[in-house]
Design a protein around this ligand. Structure first.
Ligand code: LUZ
Ligand code: MOS
Length: 756
């Protein structure tokens, strides 16, 4: 089992948007973006740029033939700013020139006059000013008011989680090539080809069938290309439409960092109430989401936070309220976990604080309250299995936690300047788009006359291995070597009305659609075989590239069968649609069954802190991941390891900072935004995949569970392990629950309240 793109990647032969040969006369785009976080546009001067060498055309909002609106959930996002600007990096004008450097040189001569307005970057301030994208939203169950009266311990607090840059290797990229008539072929690095198609049609005032979007593969996405590939793709499409030429737009890294949104920073208030036995009776939480300047996916992300408000725990009385706060930062967006990690962090923070104040060990509070089969989530769905508890118990054994605890204590007794910490992080993550209608996918499968197979689905390959899984599934149905299958680029003319490849559900949904299409063709082929061999169809099957009659191989090979079917005028193509069964949600009552299932697991993290420097090292992470029946163990391992490291990065070193006055992003280069590298990778990552819950047929893909996002949240344990080490050095620390835990913050915590 392998990732079938690996060899192409290693040899540098994989084709990304930037590798597609440019047609003759291709124009290169450079986008002039707002230098100011908030202001009214008084005038825009592009006259100098017009006369610069190589410049073909300059485009502003006035040139848009259709609607200047690229919003998807809420219509509040212009493609090009016309009257006001709301964040630094907001597109205002586009230069098309013969070369990229000519386009950039000209773009730099554009000037804008603004009446500057006061920018806001703090979500609580935005909420005070009443600047919410939608009214606050509340999930509740039980009665928090009366339950609080029964609590032996009531703990209140605040927390903050920072944002996170996606740092996909491939920046936002588009090549748009005009075809016959007004047709446009857009190659885009998007997770959502159909969104790009729909929005380009709206902006250009064209029917959707005039726009074809093709995605070869992405060099990483992590949610950053779910919505935010769209503006750049549509800008290129607009350029092609107006100029009649091919237009290429590939963001430079600095532009990508400045102009595109990130994981949402959140600010929280919480109240947790426990009884004497450490049972959590009450959980009250407010989420102040820093949505950025436009809505983008913020409301859906807040919704996922609300769904994950109790983390991996059962709480009978819950009141969770979320605020989408509009600020003057680049629009924050989807990022692996989609609001789930934020909700889980604050829950863990509250449990930690409760432990400090009550003296009950953290892991005792955690263990006491873990979800059990049949427990009701605040949104009315029942937890269907015992994977959370099972993974917790198994992780304890798997990591040797008793032994680790002893050795951590011993180490901390013996060492004055180095301290170790250990933390357990249980994860429970709901699978399905919370927007129910998005839970659909389709596939188109062709068997060619030589027996080779071509598969198109709505899934976008972004390195996560979705194409490998789909090929395996198809090869299994036909019982042919996987090399005889191929997954085509994702293309809106072959697969229409696709949902984004997101919510960890790309393989589940598109794989099931491909499975259905392949089975349909198999049925037709077996009919042909029965006829040709004069045997009962019920006794026939495909095995080892041949037709088998019960336990016997017949003389009819796969190749011969396909050729015979063609000569017999049998349809060798099939289209199939998949809709995730059994899900629904009522937004008026905020109750329903939004998820097809949950994915659970537990991580045990051990760290060492250098108490003189504030630096730290992750020694070991042991994970029990309940992934169902694994289709491709290597791809799964890659996803868990990658997600873990990305989660650790979010919790530790990845720090976004903005200038206090101008709200300019300070972490706008790879020198100022640090992500975990090979040296920071934990010395040891041990992963045990455990099967657990059996899903119904057609839920998950052939008994496997979604893998993309859930392991991200294992990284949260690192924050709490570091905190424990810090407390071993400085028990007086009154650490506020703020992420990321940078070495600076650690150093300040180590020395807090100490004179020398
Ligand atoms: N995207 C989306 C997502 O549109 N809806 C979701 O529920 C979701 N969840 C995770 C990641 N992306
Ligand atoms: Mo996503 S956060 O695009 O699954």
């Amino acid at each position: 089992m392998k990732h079938f793109d690996a060899i192409l990647h290693v040899k540098g032969r994989s084709i990304f948007v930037g590798d597609i040969p440019e047609p003759d006369g291709t124009l290169h785009a450079a986008v002039f973006t707002s230098p100011c976080a908030h202001g009214n546009i008084l005038s825009l001067d592009t006259s100098k740029a017009d006369s610069m060498p190589g410049v073909f055309m300059i485009i502003t909002a006035d040139d848009i033939p259709g609607e200047n609106e690229i919003g998807n959930i809420i219509m509040d996002e212009p493609l090009l700013a016309a009257k006001t600007v709301h964040f630094i990096g907001e597109p205002v004008a586009v230069v098309l020139a013969d070369t990229s450097s000519h386009a950039y040189e000209a773009m730099k001569t554009i000037s804008i006059k603004l009446h500057e307005l006061k920018p806001v970057s703090d979500p609580r301030e935005a909420a005070r000013l009443g600047d919410l994208i939608v009214p606050p939203r509340t999930f509740c169950c039980g009665n928090t008011v009366s339950a609080l009266k029964e609590c032996a311990h009531i703990i209140r607090g605040k927390a903050e989680t920072g944002g996170q840059e996606h740092l996909y290797l491939e920046t936002q990229s588009t090549l748009c090539v005009p075809g016959e008539g007004n047709v446009l072929h857009i190659s885009s690095s998007t997770q959502s080809p159909s969104f790009v198609q729909k929005i380009a049609a709206r902006v250009l005032d064209l029917p959707m069938h005039m726009i074809q979007v093709d995605v070869p593969r992405l060099g990483g996405a992590f949610g950053g290309k779910e919505d935010q590939a769209t503006p750049w793709a549509v800008i290129a499409a607009l350029g092609s439409h107006l100029s009649g030429r091919a237009v290429k737009l590939i963001l430079k890294r600095h532009e990508d960092l400045v102009c595109t949104g990130k994981r949402h920073p959140y600010s929280y208030n919480f109240t947790i109430g426990l009884n004497d036995a450490g049972r959590i009776l009450v959980w009250k939480v407010d989420y102040y989401q820093n949505s950025g300047a436009v809505s983008d996916l913020s409301t859906a992300i807040l919704e996922r936070s609300l769904f994950h408000s109790t983390g991996s725990y059962f709480v009978p009385n819950v009141l969770a309220t979320g605020y989408c706060c509009r600020t003057n930062l680049a629009p924050n967006t989807a990022f692996r976990g989609f609001g789930g990690p934020q909700a889980m962090f604050v829950m863990e923070a509250a449990i930690h604080k409760a432990s400090v104040e009550t003296g009950i060990p953290v892991e005792e509070i955690q263990r006491t309250n873990l979800l059990q089969q049949g427990d009701l989530f605040p949104y009315g769905m029942k937890y269907s299995c015992n994977e959370v508890r099972n993974s917790w118990d198994l992780a304890g054994k798997f990591s040797g936690i008793k032994e680790s605890r002893r050795s951590v204590q011993e180490f901390n007794r013996e060492n004055r300047y180095f301290k170790k910490g250990i933390a357990i992080m249980p994860v429970c993550f709901g699978i399905s788009f919370t927007t129910t209608f998005l839970n659909q996918a389709s596939a188109l499968v062709h068997v060619y006359t030589d027996g080779s197979v071509s598969i198109s689905t709505g899934a976008v390959e972004m390195g996560q291995g979705v194409n490998s899984r789909i090929r395996q599934v198809a090869a299994e149905v036909f019982s042919i070597p996987v090399e005889r299958t191929r997954v085509e680029s994702t293309n809106t003319s072959r697969t229409a009305n696709t949902s984004p490849t997101a919510a960890s559900s790309g393989a589940d949904m598109n794989g099931n659609a491909a499975l259905t299409a392949c089975k349909e063709i198999r049925t037709r082929l077996l009919e042909v075989a029965a006829d040709k061999l004069d045997l009962e169809i019920e006794n026939l099957c495909l095995k080892d590239s041949a037709v088998w009659n019960r336990q016997n191989r017949t003389e009819l090979s796969w190749d011969q069968l396909v050729a015979a079917a063609y000569m017999n005028r049998t349809d060798l193509s099939s289209h199939a649609h998949y809709a995730t069964p059994g899900i629904s949600f009522d937004k008026t009552t905020e109750k329903g069954r939004p998820f097809a299932y949950h994915v659970a697991g537990t991580a045990v993290t051990e760290v060492t802190v250098d108490c003189m420097l504030g630096t730290y090292k992750v020694d070991r992470v042991s994970i029990v991941h309940q992934g169902g029946n694994q289709l491709n163990p290597l791809v799964d391992r890659g996803q868990v390891e990658g997600a873990l490291l990305q989660g650790i990065g979010w919790m530790t070193m990845e720090e976004l900072a903005w200038d206090g006055e101008t709200k300019r992003l300070l972490a706008d280069t790879l020198a100022t935004y640090k992500v975990p590298d090979i040296n920071f990778t934990p010395d040891e990552v041990n992963i045990l995949f455990a099967e657990g819950e059996k899903l119904e047929d057609g839920v998950g893909l052939k008994g496997s569970k979604a893998i993309g996002e859930p392991p991200f949240m294992y990284g949260i344990g690192t924050w709490f392990a570091i905190l424990q080490a810090v407390r071993a050095f400085n028990p007086e620390v009154s650490f506020d629950y703020t992420t990321p835990m940078t070495p600076e913050r650690v150093l300040m915590a180590l020395t807090e309240g100490r004179e020398s």
